[in-house]
Write a protein that binds this ligand. Sequence first.
Ligand code: C5P
Length: 326
Amino acid sequence: MAPDSVTARAYGKVNLHLGVGDAREDGYHELTTVFQAVDLYEDVTLTRESSQRGTLGLTVESMFGDDVPTDASNLAWRGVELVREIAREHAARGAELLSEPDVGLRIEIAKGVPVAGGMAGGSADAAAAMTAAAEFFWPAQALPVAELRSRSVALGADVPFCLLGGTALGTGIGENLTPVLTRGRYHWVMVTNRKGLSTPQVFKKLDEQRGEVALGTRPEVRAGDPDPILKALGSGDPEQLAVHLANDLQAPAISLLPELRETLGIARQAGALNAIVSGSGPTVAVLCRDADHASEVLSNITGSARGVRAVLACSPAAGASVMSNN
Ligand code: C5P
């Protein structure tokens, strides 16, 4: 029996290590990255309307009050369409589905990850939407989990990780994932910025800066090998983790939004173990010793930087999962 309504949850991420290689022909860059899911999340609810067909509309409720598209360009909407396409292919091969591939579905998103922040909020929407949509077509024992994950990269480089969760080493454009065993939990203050940064622009800026390196007008800085951070994750010691945080996109993000340099400085002065731009930014991920230390650092940051928004977060968090299926 197909459900009437399904809610699925997917978490945002921080890249503990983000090494960016050269641009490929398709404009994407090869990455060597260590993703870790953090406990800020997106909930996507799909409600079935059997009298209608197709995706009927999308609403967004956001604790950050941001503008996100509510049409077919929204990543959650695209996630539902991708799952319908996979369902159609299965039906064509003779599989029995719980609903017609074009069953009427309405989408509601409750956002808890900053928008355009470098924390994969949009990718988490796609992952949660795919996870919820799959429940309308396949019974639990027949869910095509591996196929959903491998096809999800078509929606964005971070979507496969948002489906998987935990901690993973990512290569390719981020879609080849190897889960990483870690110890302990890590406590963060995530400092958001009202101005978003465009991911393609940050990668483009990095290419420009690397052009200057080739001309000898800028020193070469590369995140290098992820082994030290993987070792630190095995120790469970946040002080060790702090030493090895690295992000090749930090310099281009600062160049596009110079106030990030100040935010990073304020975070370090506030007593953090270290602070780093999350992914392509502009969210700054501030690593702390433990939960109490994170609360103290948060009040130091909000006390010294006016207009800054900061939230506590903890990692690692899980992958996308169904919260309710009625
Ligand atoms: O896949 P996603 O939509 O997150 O990527 C947004 C943009 O970021 C891409 O169009 C590309 O310009 C850049 N990008 C990249 N290399 C990656 C991931 C993203 O160049 N591995």
